[in-house]
Design a protein around this ligand. Structure first.
Ligand SMILES: [Zn+2]
Ligand SMILES: [Zn+2]
Length: 255
């Protein structure tokens, strides 16, 4: 069975079966038995390739498109700042994502998050790093991931936290996940309107217990952004605590 087929099989299994066979499935989907590309299934033959083949990796490229200089929203050529940012500046100084949330990048993020293809964190950390170097250079005091939802943590695996930790190490910036916490579990944002998204996350985030954000230059990290609601809510908490926030994501939905 190829790796991609193994992942599909795993995702289609009922949860109870998945839990019962957890360790074996984990081994299969981690590719211990089949060193093949997790996206296209082709054999990995080049030294150094561990989860993605060269062809698939080459399809994940930084978006050199016109975007809002503040929030990073994709805009037609010639427009520097989007209407929302002109009307009301967001609680972060800038936000940038690596690229649009589509194609091979989207597949890689889904495999990492939902099929726990753990070695992908090094590939994804490299994409965050490239985005920082190209678009968000500067000094930071803390890398802070958006806190995971309490009810959606899977067997202790927190994909965003794990990749943000690798990014922090590669940037040489302290990793401070404790600066933010999620106070309550909330339903997924998918399918909600902008107003519903805002209401859904109302009061969901807070500074961590005993955390002090005053004066810190924070790099706030999330995986995917659609309307930017989650990032704005987290940035607002940090800003109220006195931090200057720069936001970084991997994939951004085209609106
Ligand atoms: Zn491939
Ligand atoms: Zn904007």
């Amino acid at each position: 069975m190829k790796g991609s087929q193994a992942v599909k099989t795993f995702l289609s299994l009922p949860k109870a079966v998945g839990r019962a066979c957890g360790p074996l499935l984990l081994a299969v989907r981690s590719g211990l038995f089949h060193p093949c590309c997790r996206v296209c299934g082709s054999d990995l033959v080049v030294p150094g390739e561990t989860v993605l083949c060269g062809n698939c990796r080459a399809k994940i490229v930084f978006a050199v498109e016109n975007r809002c200089r503040v929030c990073g929203k994709f805009l037609p050529q010639g427009i520097a700042t989007c209407g929302s940012c002109r009307l009301a500046p967001p609680p972060f100084a800038r936000h940038r994502s690596f690229a649009a949330y589509e194609g091979t990048l989207r597949q890689a993020i889904i495999l990492y998050k939902f099929a726990a293809v753990e070695p992908l964190k090094h590939v994804l950390a490299g994409l965050y790093l490239e985005t920082v170097r190209r678009e968000l250079p500067g000094a930071y005091d803390a890398v802070v991931p958006v806190p995971a939802d309490l009810r959606r943590r899977r067997n202790g695996f927190q994909p965003l936290c794990a990749v943000a930790k690798v990014l922090a190490r590669r940037l040489g910036v302290p990793f401070r996940p404790g600066l933010l916490r999620k106070k309550k579990s909330t339903p997924p944002q998918v399918g909600l309107t902008q107003a519903q998204r805002l209401a859904n996350l109302d009061g969901a985030f807070a500074l961590g217990a005993g955390a002090r954000a005053a004066g810190l230059r924070v790099l706030l990290v999330d995986d995917v952004t659609t309307t930017g609601t989650t990032v704005r809510k987290c940035a607002a908490v940090l800003k109220r605590g006195g931090a200057r926030v720069t936001a970084l994501t991997l994939g951004q939905t085209r609106l």
